[in-house]
Write a protein that binds this ligand. Structure first.
Ligand SMILES: CC(=O)N[C@@H](CCC[C@H](N)C(=O)O)C(=O)O
Length: 376
């Protein structure tokens, strides 16, 4: 695949971001491309809005997996790029357009120059939520085509093009979504004493939730409680009967997540008592931590140092979440950050990764697979 081709593919995918399990145009686009490859070496299976592609090796001993996530975010794009999203309310603001393009580039290279081992390319829906990795892993297809090793990448706006950041062991946090609905008694803005104001209750709860990290978690541990969305009320002179908080929680261990959830429940109980209202908590979907298998990751790091001109950064763990963690829980492998150099970070409406990173990634991953898949 020529450089101009994969830049074109990235831009076309960038224009059609779709939310989790609604990636119909994306799936059709990917299938159209994959079906244009020589078919004697590939088998394609669809799973919901995702795709599995098995590439037959020359003398396979193992099945090597490569996963790319395919969904976008509910963000209105503000990059001003000529190939901005065609969907007014959705954007590839987490780089999944890059992830898919890189997977297609590597897939093309491996079909054209097969390695010894078989390969499984996994185009996974719904990484941003509600989570496609776990059900995809449990699917009959992936139980039959279960890789012996699996790898994936995530774009990193904070690192320059030509760099990779990775570490053995814990890379990404445990996550849980958080939705809290508050119901009190609304009424006239001038008669607060006759109401239970859910805007005041919700604001108070947001402030109290901040104390979980500062007062309940060991300072030498780490956690995040973020409320990203707050809604409530109808108009400026009516006291709100309902309010809703939407957020996410992150921890470095499953035990800390249990503690954070217990504190959320306790604080919500306090709000119910204090404001004489009713609250419901929904912890939504949660992701298992991304834990890189030590030996395979160390070998990959040595490969990058000795066989490529890519700068290797040994990074710290991050509080991002990734449902790829479920795959790594059952299959040894690793995830790494790919430097894409954007002043705006992940989930920002102006995220604009540098397309030069596409070539870096496609070439590097192809070489690594040739090294790994022809080795034993
Ligand atoms: C890499 C990345 O940004 N992943 C997302 C995963 C979101 C999981 C879920 N919807 C949640 O918000 O907890 C992230 O926000 O870290």
């Amino acid at each position: 695949m020529a450089k101009t081709d994969y830049i074109q593919i990235r831009r076309e995918l960038h224009q059609i971001p779709e939310l989790g399990f609604q990636e119909y145009k994306t799936q059709a686009y990917l299938l159209n491309y994959i079906r244009s490859l020589p078919s004697d070496r590939i088998e394609i299976k669809q799973w919901k809005t995702g795709i599995f592609v098995k590439v037959l090796g020359r003398k396979p001993v193992r099945l090597i997996g490569y996963r790319a996530d395919i969904d976008g975010l509910p963000i209105k794009e503000e990059t001003g790029l000529p190939f901005s999203s065609n969907h007014e309310k959705e954007m590839h603001a987490c780089g999944h357009d890059f992830h898919m393009t890189i997977a297609l580039g590597v897939l093309t290279n491996i079909v054209e120059n097969p390695i010894d081992d078989d390969m499984l390319f996994v185009f996974q829906p719904a990484e941003e939520g509600p989570g496609g990795a776990e059900p995809m892993l449990k699917s009959e297809i992936m139980q039959e085509w279960k890789p012996d090793i699996i790898i994936a990448l995530h774009v990193a706006p904070e690192y320059p093009v030509g760099t990779i950041a990775v570490k053995p062991g814990l890379l990404f946090a445990n996550t849980s979504e958080l939705f809290i609905d508050l119901k009190g008694k609304g009424g006239h803005a001038a008669y607060p004493h006759q109401t239970n104001d859910m805007v005041v209750a919700a604001c108070n709860l947001v402030a109290q939730l901040q104390t979980i990290v500062s007062r309940n978690i060991d300072p030498l541990d780490s956690a995040v409680v973020t409320i990203g969305k707050i809604t409530g009320g109808t108009v400026q002179n009516v006291i709100a009967e309902t309010a809703r908080l939407e957020g996410t929680m992150r921890t470095l261990s499953a035990e800390s997540m249990t503690k954070v959830k217990d504190r959320v429940k306790a604080l919500v109980k306090g709000i119910e008592a204090g404001y004489e209202c009713e609250c419901t908590i929904d912890f939504g979907s949660g992701y298992y931590q991304v834990y890189n298998e030590e030996a395979i990751t160390a070998e990959f790091m040595n490969f990058i140092r000795s066989e490529t001109n890519i700068e290797l950064i040994e990074c710290k763990e991050a509080m991002t979440g990734e449902d790829f963690g479920y795959m790594l829980k059952e299959i040894p492998g690793f995830m790494f950050w790919l430097g894409v150099n954007s002043p705006y970070g992940l989930h920002h409406s102006k995220l604009n990764p540098d397309e030069e990173a596409l070539e870096t990634a496609i070439n590097m991953i192809t070489s690594y697979l040739q090294f790994k898949g022809n080795k034993e």
